[in-house]
Each structure stands twice: as C-alpha cells, then as structure tokens.
Design a binder for this molecule. Structure first.
Ligand code: CA
Ligand code: CA
Length: 444
C-alpha cells in the first residue's frame, strides 16, 4: 500500500490547513522560544467513565484536567531565573460538518473525521494582556516569559481548556488519531523550525478514521516497549499507522513544508514523497527538538466482569494483539490497544525529555475526601484561608489528588483545581463565626 499516490496524500492535509488559515501564509522571525501543541482526543470512547462505580468523571474529564496540569507546570517552570516564551495552540477532534449540511443530516454517524484548531481562532484570543501576542505566521498564541504572561497561562488553563471540557464527545465521534498526529508534527515543524517543539496528547487510543498516508492498521506491541532500531520498521508492524507516523516524523526535518514559498514547498513535497517510500530504516533518527507528553486514559479490563465500556466490547476482546497480550499477562488486559500502549511508551522513551503518563480507571470511592463540612479541607470546623492555602499549595493545586492532596479534592474527581475551589468558596466562612473573613477571589 505504500504507493506514491498514498504518500502524496500525506501532504494534502497541510494544504488543507493552509487553506483553513491554520498554517501560515508567510514565514517571519519566530517570536517564541518553544512551541507547544495540545491535542485532545474527543472521540466517543473518551466519554467512558474513568471510575468504576460511577458514570463521572469520564476519561475526557481526566484528559482536560491532565492538560491543565501540564499548562500549570509550564506556567511555573523556569530555566534558571526565566521562563521561556512559549507559543501554544489547542487542537481537538471535532465534527464541524453540521454547519454545512441540512438539519436532517446533522449529527449523522461518523462525521467526526477531522482535527481542528480550537484555540486561538483570532488574534483577540491572545490578548490577555502583558507581553503575550498572536503570532500571525503560525496562528498560535505566544505567552511572554515575564510575569504578565501568567494571565494568558491562566486563560489557556481555566477558560480555553475548561471550555473545551464542556464540549462533550458525541455518540458517533471517530478517532482520526494517526492522521492528527502527523498533522500535529507537521504543524510544529512548520511553526518552530529548529526551536524546541512539544506535542501534548490526551488520548485513549483506538485510531479509527484516519485516511491519510499516516493511517494504517494497528501494530503488534513492541518487545520491552522499546524500538528495535536495528530492524526495518524498528520492530513495528510494517505498514501500521505507528510505522507510518514514525517514518513521517523521522523524515520531516529533511523535507519540511515551506508555507512561505509555494515553489520550494512543491519541490520539498516531491522530495519527501520520493524519499518517503519504503519502510522506516535502521539508520533513521527521530527529530532531536521534538518532545512528547502523552497522557493515556484507559481501564484494565477483566473478562470475568466485562461491565462498563470499553471493557465489554466484543471486538476488542477478539482483537489479535489483545489476545496475544492476554496469553502473556493473563486474562486482564488494557482497554487501550496494546500495540498503541506499547508504541507510545517506546516513543516517549526514544525522544528527549518525553513522558507517558497512564491514567487508569480507579474505583470512584477511592477519590477525594468527604468532609463533615464541605470546603473544610483541614476539618477544623471552619472554612477559611487555612483551607485555601492547603488547596493552592504547590504540591496540590492543579495536581492529581493523591494523598495527602486528596483532602482538597472536594468534588472527588481525582484532581485539585478550580472545581474544588468553587466548592470551597461557596462555603467560605461557614463554621467560623465572628472570625470569618472576606471571601477571596477564585485562585488561578
Ligand atoms: Ca478549615
Ligand atoms: Ca477535584
């Protein structure tokens, strides 16, 4: 299937992005020190419950909270005394066909086949003040390294991502994962050139609807969750979406798109198509300036109790890699495709400063703490600044709510963030009598 026609398709989405205004029309000096693309999987299965024993939070809620956690870390991170300036964009799988089709057709199955930039959509989206700005050449928001940049970090975290969290996945939402990953890497390459670039992915895997040259069937798991770079295809199934993505990524630095120059871009495209043939070779290298943050959301399924989705899905039980894994590990298996789980682990291991975090379904009852008085984090009998201080502490605020942070997880969703602060502030002063103080603003 690796024909030149199929490889040529790899470049078509870039053209589509240029037309859609996502990629730049002209190149200019890059304003940011680093470029970050946040890609959120909004497929139907992300709506599956992230806890056993309750319907919420869903994987999707965890994905949003996990992305907020990364942005919060970026906000606080310093290199020496300074924070690098960073350009951000947020992409999600979205069905945007409804506005273009008759009312009777809207909401029809399988129309979510795209990844879309959801932020920024206009220059005004980046105007939180301070040194932040919209980079017209890339369509990204550049957040200044100075303190004034905090405002745009807060907007991204508490408005943009929180807002995306309210756009729940639909019932017929596909997973164009392989295609989106290639587009994301191409976008970052075109935006950042040789500067550090970071792809943050929130997903439960399960590529289902990619149609580009990056798509393919799933690979078998890698031995030891690591690439075997001595072999063609690096140990991945030849022709799998994982191998196609890896080949595209390893070669992208040699033939990057040139949105500034159509003639040069066409020549690059031709060269890449010629060069893109065949399989990933033993001598090839992944780009040194690309960093990955992958958050995987899944459940460990036990065939003895195939209760809630996605564990009860018959097609997954029959899946060959899942069966192979089951033979090695026993009947319990991850709901995420084992070939994808293994691939992301290998990928993060092979790229500098890259991370895979696994968010496994846990019992609902294990999350948070039910306090006698809602909002009284320290159980002192009074909701006051002491509780807020605990909640907004550096090891707690926007973090996973594991002990001892669990005491501040008031809505019991496994995270400590503004949802918990809203509960605390709504009960502010309760039990404090005359010592009650004025209610503070929502912490950022
Ligand atoms: Ca208290
Ligand atoms: Ca919480």
């Amino acid at each position: 299937m690796r024909t030149s026609r199929r490889l040529a398709a790899a470049w078509l989405p870039v053209a589509a992005l240029v037309a859609a205004g996502i990629l730049p029309g002209r190149a200019r000096a890059q304003a940011a020190d680093e470029y970050v693309l946040i890609l959120v999987d909004r497929s139907t299965s992300m709506g599956d419950s992230a806890v056993s024993g309750a319907t919420t939070p869903a994987f999707y809620d965890n994905a949003i909270a996990a992305a907020q956690n990364w942005v919060h870390q970026d906000k606080l991170a310093r290199k020496g005394d300074v924070r690098p300036s960073r350009a951000y964009a947020v992409w999600a799988f979205l069905d945007d066909t409804c506005s273009r089709c008759p009312r009777t057709v809207c909401g029809c199955p399988n129309t979510q086949k795209n990844v879309k930039q959801v932020w920024p959509l206009a220059a005004g989206d980046c105007s939180a003040g301070g040194s932040s700005s919209y980079e017209t050449t890339t369509g990204m928001c550049v957040i200044g390294g100075d303190e004034a940049g905090d405002k745009l970090y807060d907007l991204l975290k508490n408005k943009v991502l929180a807002g995306l969290g309210k756009q729940r996945p639909g019932q017929h939402s596909n997973t164009p994962l392989a295609e989106s990953l290639c587009l994301a890497v191409e976008k970052l390459q075109a935006a950042a050139h040789d500067k550090p670039k970071l792809l943050l992915l929130e997903t439960d895997g399960g590529d289902s609807s990619s149609t580009s040259a990056c798509s393919g069937y799933g690979s078998v798991p890698l031995a030891g969750d690591a690439f075997n770079k001595k072999n063609e295809g690096w140990g991945l199934t030849i022709g799998s979406w994982q191998e196609n993505f890896l080949r595209r990524t390893s070669r992208i630095g040699r033939f990057p798109p040139r949105p500034d120059d159509p003639t040069a871009s066409a020549a690059q495209e031709k060269a890449a198509i010629t060069f893109g043939r065949g399989v990933l070779l033993p001598a090839e290298k992944l780009p040194a300036t690309l960093q990955l943050r992958v958050d995987l959301h899944y459940a460990i399924c036990d065939p003895a109790s195939p209760s809630s989705a996605p564990c009860g899905e018959a097609d997954r039980l029959a899946d060959v890699p899942a069966r192979e894994l089951a033979e090695k590990t026993g009947p319990k298996r991850p709901s995420i495709h084992p070939g994808e789980l293994s691939f992301f682990k290998a990928l993060a291991g092979a790229m500098p400063a890259s991370t895979v975090r696994e968010f496994l379904r846990v019992p609902a009852s294990s999350l948070g703490v039910k306090h006698k008085l809602a909002g009284d984090v320290n159980d002192s009998g009074c909701v006051d600044d002491a509780d807020l201080q605990i909640m907004t502490g550096p090891e707690v605020w926007f973090q996973r709510a594991t002990a001892p942070a669990a005491a501040a997880d008031l809505n019991r969703d496994g995270w400590v963030n503004q949802k918990d602060a809203a509960i605390l502030l709504s009960t502010w002063g309760k039990g404090c009598g005359k010592s009650a103080t004025k209610k503070p603003a929502m912490p950022e």
